[in-house]
Design a protein around this ligand. Structure first.
Ligand code: GTP
Ligand code: MG
Length: 196
């Protein structure tokens, strides 16, 4: 898919303040620092559209970007960042859950997982919640440039093995690197298919 335009539209503290749900929408979610904002910038090919930071907790609101004037990308706050207070974490969790449960135009939720990390309980719980609620999602293994090809394959195979304990079929998944633009075409192809 050719990206002609990508613009920041709105930051909302709550799903009720989000733009009208008349266009297809894709949200990026995952633990703090996993690379959500970087991936959004890589996909649209405009550095600096979504704000990134090496300090976890940079994204704190529901951020809507409009692409080609006809679909939305959404950058969400990360979950599970230990240095954010329990109260703040609970606030983020309910904001994200309400957003996902109420946003009828969400065509796919991209759950980002750091390629290098062991499967984490909060990611597993979150995907189980999506599955139980019949919400469409795909996994993106991020920062693949930080591992050798062999180590990457090993890590992803391990993740799949753990997923097998809960899922009869491995959910759709992609491998990405914002640095090397890995996965861009594949992810955009899925979005294009779901848009039509
Ligand atoms: P929060 O908004 O805090 O939840 O973080 P986020 O998930 O949006 O992460 P962000 O995109 O801000 O990236 C966090 C850090 O990881 C930054 O220092 C990025 O430069 C780095 N990073 C993100 N993606 C990649 C990648 O594919 N490869 C490498 N090497 N670094 C990456
Ligand atoms: Mg971010």
């Amino acid at each position: 898919m050719l990206i002609k335009t990508a613009k920041f539209l709105l930051s909302s503290p709550d799903y009720k303040q989000c733009p009208p749900d008349t266009l297809p929408e894709y949200a990026f979610i995952g633990r703090s620092n996993v690379g959500k904002s970087s991936l959004i910038n890589m996909l649209v090919g405009f550095g600096g559209l979504a704000k990134t930071s090496s300090t976890p907790g940079k994204t704190q609101l529901i951020n809507h970007f409009i692409v080609n004037e006809n679909w939305y990308l959404v950058d969400l706050p990360g979950y599970g960042y230990a240095k954010v207070s329990k109260v703040q974490q609970a606030k983020f969790s309910s904001m994200i859950e309400n957003y996902i449960a109420n946003r009828t135009n969400l065509r796919c939720i991209f759950v980002l997982i750091d390629s290098r990390h062991e499967p984490q309980t909060n990611d597993m719980d979150f995907m189980r919640w999506l599955g139980e609620n019949g919400l469409p999602f795909a996994i993106i293994f991020t920062k693949s440039d930080k591992l050798s090809a062999t180590a990457l394959q090993k890590s992803i195979n391990h993740y799949k093995a753990v997923m097998k304990q809960y899922w009869t079929e491995m959910p759709q998944h992609f491998i990405s690197s914002a640095e090397k633009k890995t996965g861009r075409e594949e992810i955009l192809a899925l979005i294009e298919k779901l848009n039509s």
